[in-house]
Design a protein. Structure first.
Length: 243
């Protein structure tokens, strides 16, 4: 199960899925409120727990067995909550750069004031600020040969607005229960991109690994290495799931 990050939808993982499909039955989906997934009650507040319940329900429909789960960024936080609340659904979880803000209480860069910038200056300004805070320059990112980054489509702008208006504050509100996470039978594997080492998402993952007394798994690329380095990323994910 691949849980998407940020304003991405199921298509965000297309290149990664192509490279994992020979080893696994790969599942992904549009998170609630994104692209093809609508909300029954738009007035109902959206929480991380809502997303993890959605994943648990989807897994229950498709399989009775616990699965390997990968989540990046906010999707990693959803994965952590899934492992706490629905441990029977998860065999191993790779949580890639989850923004676990409470583990870096003195880091003023966390989310880079993204929600406040969104409210004041709009979505494009907020996402540019966020990209700068995590060291991502879309014009100068290294890529594997032949990798094409997908172009914006009709869902891109609404997804970005929804992400900033709903998921960013939901993740900010979320309090990770470390005691429950340590007690889950699922194996939790904090992970981060090699190119993120100087930035706060990497430090979040490193702090989580320290709290769980486990190793930090490094992946190729930056905060979205699965987009820019899908083959190397898939190879590392496959290796990590079987270590």
């Amino acid at each position: 199960m691949l849980i998407t990050a940020g304003a991405g939808d199921a298509n965000s993982y297309d290149n990664l899925i192509d490279r994992l499909a020979s080893h696994y039955t790969v599942l992904t989906y549009d998170r609630r409120g994104y692209s093809r997934s609508t909300r029954d009650d738009p007035a109902q507040p959206l929480e991380v727990e809502t997303h993890s319940a959605d994943v648990a329900q989807l897994l229950s429909v498709l399989t009775a067995d616990p699965g390997y789960v990968f989540g990046s960024s906010g999707g990693g936080v959803v994965g952590l909550d899934l492992a706490i609340r629905y441990p029977a659904k998860v065999c191993r979880l790779v949580a890639h750069e989850p923004p676990t803000r409470q583990l870096l209480p003195d880091d003023g860069q966390l989310h880079g004031g993204m929600y406040e910038i969104y409210r004041r200056d709009g979505a494009e300004a907020a996402i540019r600020h966020f990209a700068a805070s995590i060291g991502v320059n879309p014009d100068r990112r290294a890529r594997e040969p032949g990798v094409e980054v997908s172009k914006p489509n009709a869902w891109s702008a609404p997804n970005l607005e929804f992400f900033l208006a709903h998921d960013v504050p939901a993740v900010a509100r979320y309090s990770l229960d470390l005691t429950a996470l340590k007690d889950t039978p699922a194996r939790i594997m904090p992970a981060a991109g090699i190119a993120s080492r100087m930035h706060w998402p990497y430090r979040c993952a490193a702090a989580l690994a320290e709290q769980l007394d486990t190793d930090l798994v490094e992946f190729p690329g930056d905060h979205a290495g699965f987009v820019t380095h899908p083959q190397a990323f898939a190879d590392r994910l496959h290796q990590a799931l079987h270590e």
